[in-house]
Every structure is written in structure tokens, then in C-alpha cells.
Design a protein around this ligand. Structure first.
Ligand SMILES: [Fe+2]
Length: 231
């Protein structure tokens, strides 16, 4: 149960952030992830981490370039500003989607019981837990080099599944990522060739449900605060 005092605290924190104008470029900092899973080879883990690092460096570089790009002659075609903004979103999403993915896989003690928030919420919004799981796997298979995602929709206040193509196509408005699965070929091809389905099953056996549940609690608190503030 979320208390009114918690809602006020979130709103106040949000308002104080709004008053701090950021003039400098956005900067993302690399995080370290331990991936003890044996469902991925050491070579895949190493290559994937290097890929993540590359996206992060590109995001920071593009953010810096946006600080000084010419805004006097912006067009919808052939404009440096437009190109940088597209690359900014692409690389920023790549960074945070990878961080969300690495953090919610590779739990060797993975377990979700029927009395947990995660099980109850997914059962509520998908009819039953198996339907959520089946639909999530369908999203992995439907993605054209991209991501499957269970997200919290701040407008409907329900959990939904979707897929994202590449890093930035098909991203729903008002979504807070909850469960994120990398469905790019680089995530599985070395170990599973084209069998994305077996790869997805393997990763889902080791989902970190503690991380998932923590994200759910935060997402629902944010949605409640937004509702209280009549967004
Ligand atoms: Fe990836």
C-alpha cells in the first residue's frame, strides 16, 4: 500500500529536479554486470559487454556534439541536428535497454511464487501467468533485431508486452520497462545460431524476479504520483 506521504515525497522530488536546468551534455556511466549464467558462452558475454560500451561511448559523444550543433538551419531532411537527435535516441535506448536486460537475467536462483507481486500483477493483466509468458516469447520472436519488453503503462496502469525493433522503433508512449529481453542476433547467434526461441526460454529460466518486482513497485509509485499530480 502506498501512503499519501510517499506520493507527496515523489512529487516534491520531481518538482525539485525540474528546477535544476542541465546545460551540459548528458553523460551515461558504464555499469558492471556479473552474468554467471551458463546459458551464454564467455565469448558472447564479452562481446556483448563491448557492444554495450560502444553504445555508451557513442551516446556520450553525440550528447556533446548536440551542445554545439548548428540550430540556425534545421530541416526535416539533410540536417545535422536531426541526424544527431535520431542517433541520440538510438544510442541512449541501446545503453539503458542493455542495462535493464543485463540486470534482469542470469539469476541462478530464479524463482517466482504465486504469492509475489510479479506473479499476481502479470496474472491479473494477462488472464494468467502462462499467457503473459507465452505472449512475451511471441514478442521476442516478432522483433526484427530488437527487444521484447514487459512494461507498465502509466495511462492504463496495467502491465503490457511489446517488442521494439532496433533500439528505438515501436517504443510505446508512457511505458516504464519492467522485463527486458535482448532479441538482437548478437545476443544469441554465437551460442544458438538462429534459434531465438530456445535462447529466450533459457534466459527466462533465470529471470531475476527480485529485480522485476522492485521495478514494478517503483513504476506503480511513479504512476500514482503522476495521477495525484493530474498529469
Ligand atoms: Fe544487445
Amino acid at each position: 500500500m502506498i501512503k499519501n506521504s510517499d506520493v507527496k515525497k515523489i512529487i516534491n522530488e520531481s518538482l525539485s529536479l525540474k528546477s535544476e536546468k542541465l546545460d551540459e551534455a548528458l553523460v551515461a556511466q558504464q555499469k558492471q554486470f556479473m552474468l554467471p549464467t551458463e546459458f551464454q558462452s564467455a565469448a558472447t558475454k564479452k562481446a556483448h559487454n563491448e557492444l554495450y560500451q560502444g553504445y555508451l561511448e557513442a551516446f556520450n559523444r553525440i550528447s556533446a556534439e548536440l551542445d554545439s550543433v548548428d540550430r540556425s538551419d534545421v530541416k526535416s531532411n539533410g540536417s545535422a541536428y536531426r541526424s544527431l537527435k535520431i542517433d541520440e535516441t538510438y544510442n541512449m535506448n541501446a545503453v539503458y535497454l542493455h542495462e535493464l536486460y543485463f540486470a534482469n537475467i542470469s539469476d541462478l536462483a530464479s524463482n517466482v511464487s504465486m504469492d509475489t507481486l510479479a506473479f499476481m500483477r502479470l496474472s491479473r493483466d494477462f488472464g494468467d501467468f502462462d499467457r503473459w509468458q507465452s505472449d512475451f516469447i511471441s514478442c521476442c520472436l516478432a522483433s526484427r533485431c530488437g527487444w521484447a519488453m514487459t512494461y507498465y503503462n502509466i495511462f492504463t496502469q496495467t502491465y503490457m508486452n511489446t517488442f521494439i525493433d532496433l533500439h528505438s522503433q515501436q517504443v510505446p508512449v508512457g511505458c516504464i520497462p519492467i522485463i527486458v529481453m535482448d532479441a538482437w542476433q548478437h545476443a544469441y547467434y554465437r551460442d544458438y545460431l538462429t534459434d531465438v526461441k530456445t535462447f529466450t526460454y533459457a534466459m527466462m529460466k533465470e529471470l531475476n524476479w527480485r529485480v522485476v518486482e522492485d521495478r514494478m513497485k517503483k513504476a506503480e509509485r511513479v504512476a500514482m504520483a503522476l495521477k495525484a499530480g493530474e498529469m
